[in-house]
Design a protein around this ligand. Structure first.
Ligand code: ADP
Length: 403
């Protein structure tokens, strides 16, 4: 099952985009609708609300008087937090219940207005934000009957566009007409969501493109790493001792293939075996093609230049829009230290960076498959990069961060 979160400020067009996803076959879960359901007359949610806020938030029929409650909570941050502590866990429980009843191949789109505020984005396979300029949102909201100052006040109470952008994987631009939004939704569905869901069903990570292609340093790489790390932290908790961005995408100024390398330090590799099914549910699968994978999924550590028998697990994400390689390495493994050392050496030495970039260009001109490229890179790493980086570490008293 693929779980997608859809968020956006009020009036940005979340509900509009959600309808478009539903038309493409997504199962829709609307947090606004559920937040009403969990405080419906007779519910234990409503009982909890009246215990906290008194019967003045009820109307004459005994149902929740939302306008009266809004008056209380929009002026008082701590009252709002108390209300949220009643409503949010119940909404989460109810949506989990609905999701549990859906078929395995479902694509679920959850409309969650406060996704950023509640820090829930990493609980989903993909988080989407719908954006529109402030003036347009105010116009659209007043167009559907909301007073302008009320609309402005609600907007001021929500996370900023920047915060939402940082938390989400994809931004849908709703500054145009509805057709323009629909084209983005359809394209995202076809190019990313459908293949993502298909990969999940086949229990495989997304394939790298066949053709070797380098791109200049991309500002989005760090964010893609952060999102992956946040998801892995949710799944692994304290079993992940550290999560580091390694490889060429972690070195500003270095061209790289569009693959984010993530290193997860574990106390022992057996932790990864224990977590395999949780990782797979979150969309992370062992990478097998073209690599020497033993039955347990362990491979010789590709950052172990001396081939001392070091091992690692290598996983990839099922998301074709964020190709990542996740290297699980043990705390005392040589590969763990070298991956971080290599990154820091390149980050801090311009001449090393320039030489490495030039080597990469050579290989790119000479070979055209990832496999050949990897072989050339590993050989250079063993004979040149690693000894030089080791010497630099020695001279500068560099040591690998532990936790
Ligand atoms: P949200 O769910 O984010 O609060 P809605 O999807 O309800 O926002 O959109 C707010 C209002 O703006 C609705 O009346 C909707 O029909 C309208 N709307 C949304 N997107 C567009 C668009 N691209 N062009 C014109 N009106 C739009």
């Amino acid at each position: 099952m693929l779980k997608i979160a859809l968020t956006g400020g009020i009036g940005a067009g979340k509900s509009t985009a959600a309808r478009m996803f539903a038309a493409l076959g997504a199962e829709l879960i609307d947090a606004d609708v559920l937040s009403r359901e969990v405080v419906a007359p007779g519910s234990d949610g409503l009982r909890a609300v009246t215990e906290r806020f008194g019967s003045e938030v009820l109307d004459s029929e005994g149902a929740l008087d939302r306008a009266a409650l809004a008056q209380v909570v929009f002026r008082d941050g701590s009252a709002r937090a108390r209300l949220e502590s009643i409503v949010h866990p119940r909404v989460r429980a109810r949506s989990a219940e609905i999701i549990a009843a859906l078929p395995q191949n479902a694509v679920v789109v959850e409309d969650i207005p406060l996704l950023t505020e509640t820090g829930a984005a990493p609980n989903h396979h993909l988080a989407l934000a719908v954006e529109a300029p402030l003036e347009l949102r105010l116009e659209r909201l007043t167009g559907r009957g909301m007073a302008r100052d009320e609309a402005q006040r609600r907007i001021d109470n929500q996370a900023s566009e920047k915060e939402r952008r940082r938390a989400c994987d994809v931004v849908l631009d709703n500054s145009g007409d509805e057709r323009a939004l629909e084209l983005q939704v359809q394209r995202l569905w076809r190019e990313r969501i459908e293949p993502f869901a298909a990969n999940m069903m086949s229990a495989r990570s997304a394939a790298e493109s066949e053709k070797l292609r380098f791109i200049v340093h991309d500002e989005g790489w760090e964010q893609r790493f952060e999102h992956t790390a946040a998801r892995l932290r949710r799944i692994m908790g304290s079993s992940a001792v550290r999560i580091d961005h390694v490889g060429s995408t972690a070195v500003p100024g270095l061209p790289a293939t569009d693959v984010i390398d993530v290193q997860v330090t574990v106390v022992a590799l057996s932790a990864v075996e224990r977590m395999q099914s949780a990782l797979e549910r979150a969309g992370y699968f062992p990478i097998v093609d073209g690599r020497d994978v033993s039955q347990s999924g362990r491979i010789p550590d590709i950052a172990d230049p001396e081939s001392t028998g070091g091992q690692q697990f290598l996983y990839g994400s099922a998301d074709p829009g964020n190709i990542v390689h996740i290297h699980f390495r043990a705390m005392d493994g040589i590969g763990r230290r070298l991956a971080v050392l290599f990154r820091d050496w390149l980050r801090q030495n311009e001449s090393a960076r320039v030489r490495y970039a030039a080597e990469k260009e050579e290989w790119a001109a000479r070979v055209d498959s990832y496999q050949e490229y990897r072989a050339a890179k590993e050989s250079w790493f063993r004979t040149v990069g690693c000894p030089e980086a080791q010497e630099w570490a020695h001279e500068n008293g560099w040591s690998a961060p532990v936790c």
